[in-house]
Design a protein around this ligand. Structure first.
Ligand code: PMP
Length: 364
């Protein structure tokens, strides 16, 4: 067994991506310019200058912008604001596992709509809406976690019009959208139907997850309900982080940061695609055009749990693919996060995975 374990589990930014020196400067400026505001209790919706910048970028009114401690916290608040225990929520199958656990903890019934390489199956969505009468539909349209797929433009439009016809609220979680390494952007949901979908996004993948700055764009009435729950939960969000992010954006640092991130991550995407082509021709995978993840389906007859159990023997750690499937399935699914590994580690990890799969096939 190799003594250097490779973790093919961690959906995190690369440590070397963090702009530490720039953040030291931004923190100093933020404290110098806005110290009293940032260090005091503050209205719960977030640091006003940052809300203004985000509203301007989204061409949305400032009242529609709410900032909190990471987007997963906003999803939790939204769930409490909009849903009652027993309500049905539709998600893509597979979807982000923490979203499933967040909904379930609040008592929701979570149903999955099958995902194809270019977004959810629209006929299956129509049927699921018809049968389950969901209150809410949660999607990750760009470089989806965990599959890496991006929803095709016509599917976006079809999904939005179905949701509107049946009165289903749509929540679009778009933290990876700015991280496109190849190809052209699909239209944002807000471009197709302004204001229909609630959008969640985050600086976790663009600056740092440890800073905990995520944001929501939603109708004002929903922002009000979320803000009331937030205030009773934590009074004030992490203002210092918001001040630092504000300085980062206001000083115009984001465009160069995005270019740097793309230059770091694009070769990692190419490395995983090359390695899979060369070493795992009998598996199937989505070809992501951005983001952090590639979803792999193991060859027919190969069980993911057995592969996961055997992986440490080849010096590899894999996550449980079934956790991404709301209502069953996923026994052959493996999520491969490619951004926090170097190209060499990726090639090595895929070689190890191929050996594990061969072994499981032989022994099975
Ligand atoms: N949504 C998705 C789709 C994610 O992949 C993640 C992070 N893995 C989150 C939300 C959580 O992000 P944050 O750090 O902003 O809470």
């Amino acid at each position: 067994m190799p003594d250097d374990l490779i973790r093919f589990t961690r959906g995190v930014p690369a440590n070397e991506s963090f702009p530490v020196d720039e953040l030291i400067e931004c923190a100093a400026t933020a404290l110098r310019e806005h110290g009293t505001t940032l260090l005091q209790y503050h209205p719960v919706r977030g640091f006003l200058p940052l809300r203004e910048l985000l509203a301007e970028a989204a061409s949305a009114p400032i009242e529609s912008v709410f900032i909190s401690n990471g987007s997963i916290q906003i999803l939790d608040l939204l769930t409490r604001a909009l849903l009652e225990p027993g309500d049905v929520v539709l998600v893509e199958r597979p979807t982000y596992d923490r979203t499933i656990t967040t909904f379930r903890r609040a008592g929701m019934i979570v149903k999955g709509v099958p995902l194809e390489d270019d977004g959810m199956e629209i006929d299956a969505l129509r049927e699921a809406i018809d049968v389950h009468r969901p209150k809410l539909l949660y999607v990750i349209p760009d470089f989806q976690n965990p599959s890496g797929s991006t929803m095709r433009a016509d599917k976006r439009a079809a999904m939005l019009s179905l949701a509107e016809a049946y009165g289903v609220r749509v929540v679009a979680d778009i933290p990876y959208r700015p991280l496109r390494y190849v190809g052209e952007d699909a239209p944002g949901l807000a471009e197709i139907a302004p204001g229909q979908a609630i959008e969640l996004s985050s600086f976790s993948k663009l600056i740092s997850p440890g800073m905990r700055v995520g944001w929501m764009r939603a109708p004002e009435e929903i922002v009000d309900r979320v803000a009331a729950i937030a205030e009773d939960t934590y009074i004030t969000p992490s203002m210092l982080s918001q001040g630092i992010v504000y300085e980062f954006l206001a000083q115009g640092r984001m465009p160069a940061t995005l270019e740097r991130l793309k230059a770091l991550y694009a070769p990692r995407l190419h490395a995983i695609l090359d390695a899979l082509n060369a070493r795992m021709p009998s598996a199937r995978w989505v070809r992501p055009e951005g983001g952090f993840f590639l979803g792999l389906t193991l060859p027919e007859g190969v069980d993911g749990a057995e592969v996961r159990a055997a992986a440490p023997g080849e010096g590899l750690v894999l996550s449980d693919g079934t956790g991404f499937f709301a209502d069953g399935g996923g026994s052959r699914f493996v999520r491969l996060p490619f951004c926090a590994l170097t190209e060499r580690e990726i090639d090595d990890a895929v070689a190890r995975l191929a050996r594990v799969v061969d072994r499981v096939r032989r022994d099975g």
